[in-house]
Design a protein around this ligand. Structure first.
Ligand code: SAM
Ligand code: SF4
Length: 463
């Protein structure tokens, strides 16, 4: 399974399609936006047309269409998660990352299993239910088993405040049999970012270690899906190369997964390069992405693959995060630290990159709720086996309203009741009341029933 087809990421086709569509007529732009509004996704030429938009009026139309699609499919829900960095040991040389092997300016740690359990406990006490486990590409003595043990450690912590219900994973590409072991631990999504799909740039910025092998990385999601992991996450590190090329090449990757496995990625991440200790490149990205282009990227992806979640991390500022909720973002991290052990004890020096949003979870929840969004900690689909194609079948607007909306509300109520400050609880409870008042039919009945159960003291209720 290591024979990556030569034309899988077809750079010539990407450039040609961009060239052919670089000056679309207004009528053509409108046609693509009208097609996008049907929520059936877009082809490569359509995406190229949208990347060419720069006129403020057309940008406004792009953003409005993305907002309509986002609200129709996802409503006002925003799923919350938190990264858990277990180790910053790394044998690779990614020029943009503070964890790269030769960087002597950070402290190196691989957390012990006891330490991972303590970090998990801090996150549970804050109210988190979903963790993204992250590591550099070099594991302590036990090798890859260290990752498997770490997942077990996270799931094993249960206290009077609750437990982590879904562990997603962002570790270096694995072989099929290792992916099978990962799946056996009950992981949620496996995610990996190609960083850049442009081969020449890829070689220039990955100067040492196993990560230099472009093909091994680009085929990782195929191996994960072959191993039975239904939910995979894709992404690009924006700032390394021309964002237009990257979106187009990532679409080729997505189409290939859809072709081969009948379902594309569960999520797309859009990390934008941030400063990192002792990295010139991170402070001066070769292809910086402006704020307006960053919003455009989110809007285009929302229209191109309407049913794929878009993740916005705390790399971005609170303002940028707020702006992109309306354009398509469906999952956000909150209260994040990128240094192993950082939840128990602050130590920014070992972090992977600078964060744009340092607010604690409660403050993020309050802000999100004040904007009318429902923070959701729901993990129902994954626990009911609704993953991969089954999730995509469910993820139609009507069904989302019947399942995700009530589940999101009950998980939010659970947060408010068990973890929130009084200020956040007041805003949140009012939002729940208003949201349920605006619902109808079965969805409303389910939401009322689930929220009432939480109010009566039951946790972890979902449909
Ligand atoms: N080490 C594994 C790898 O590289 O795939 C997995 C974890 S790595 C810590 C997670 C992601 O952080 C990378 O895929 C990269 O996109 C991102 N990253 C690295 N340096 C960054 C920076 N300076 N700013 C923003 N994101 C960065
Ligand atoms: Fe290591 Fe990942 Fe950082 Fe590269 S991005 S140096 S592989 S932790």
């Amino acid at each position: 399974m290591y024979n990556v087809p030569a034309d899988f990421i077809n750079e010539t086709k990407v450039w040609e399609t961009l060239e052919q569509n670089k000056n679309p007529e207004p009528a053509q732009l409108k046609e693509v936006l009208a097609k996008a509004a049907e929520m059936k996704g877009l082809n490569l030429a359509d995406v190229a047309v949208l990347t060419s938009i720069s006129d403020p009026e057309m940008l406004g139309e792009l953003f409005n269409t993305a907002n309509t699609v986002k609200e129709t499919i996802y409503g006002k829900r925003l799923v919350l998660f938190v990264p858990l960095y277990i180790s910053n040991l790394c044998a690779n040389e990614c020029l943009y990352c503070a964890f790269r092997a030769t960087n002597k300016e950070i402290d190196r740690h691989a957390l012990s299993q006891e330490h991972i359990a303590r970090e998990t406990e801090v996150l549970i006490n804050q109210g988190h239910k979903r963790v993204l486990l992250v590591a550099g590409e070099s594991y302590p003595k036990k090798g890859f088993d260290y990752v498997l043990e770490s997942i077990r450690s996270v799931y094993s912590v249960k206290n009077e405040h609750g437990e982590i219900r879904r562990v997603n994973i962002n570790v270096a590409p694995l072989a099929v049999d290792e992916f099978k072991q990962l799946k056996a631990e009950g992981i949620g999504t496996y995610q990996i970012f190609q960083e850049t799909y442009h081969r020449e740039t890829y070689q220039k910025v990955h100067v040492g270690g196993k990560k230099r092998d472009y093909n091994w990385r680009v085929w990782a999601l195929h191996r994960a899906m072959e191993a039975g992991i239904d939910d995979v996450g894709i992404g690009v590190l924006f700032g390394l190369f021309d964002y237009r090329f990257e979106i187009m090449a990532m679409m080729q990757h997505i189409f290939e997964l859809e072709d081969k496995f009948g379902v594309g990625p569960h999520t797309i991440s859009v990390p934008r390069m941030e400063p990192a200790t002792n990295s010139d490149m991170a402070s001066h990205p070769p292809f910086p992405v402006s704020d307006i282009d960053f919003r455009k990227i989110v809007a285009i992806l929302r229209l191109a693959v309407p049913y794929t979640g878009i993740i916005m991390s705390t790399r971005e500022t609170a303002k940028m995060r707020r702006d992109t909720f309306a354009l398509g973002v469906s999952q956000i991290s909150a209260g994040s630290k990128t240094n192993p052990g950082g939840y128990e004890e602050a130590n920014e020096i070992s972090g992977q990159f600078s964060l744009g949003d340092h607010r604690p979870l409660d403050e993020v929840i309050r802000d999100v709720a004040s904007m009318g969004y429902i923070p959701s900690f729901c993990t129902a689909c994954y626990r009911m086996g609704r993953t991969g194609q089954d999730f995509m079948d469910l993820a139609k607007p009507g069904d989302i309203r019947l399942h995700c909306a009530p589940n999101g509300l009950s998980s939010f109520k659970e947060y408010l009741q068990n973890y929130a400050s009084s200020e956040t609880r007041e805003i949140g409870d009012q939002l729940i009341r208003e949201t349920i008042a605006g619902m109808s039919g079965i969805a409303k009945q389910r939401a009322e029933k689930l929220v009432n159960r939480v109010e009566a003291g039951r946790d972890d209720v979902y449909c």
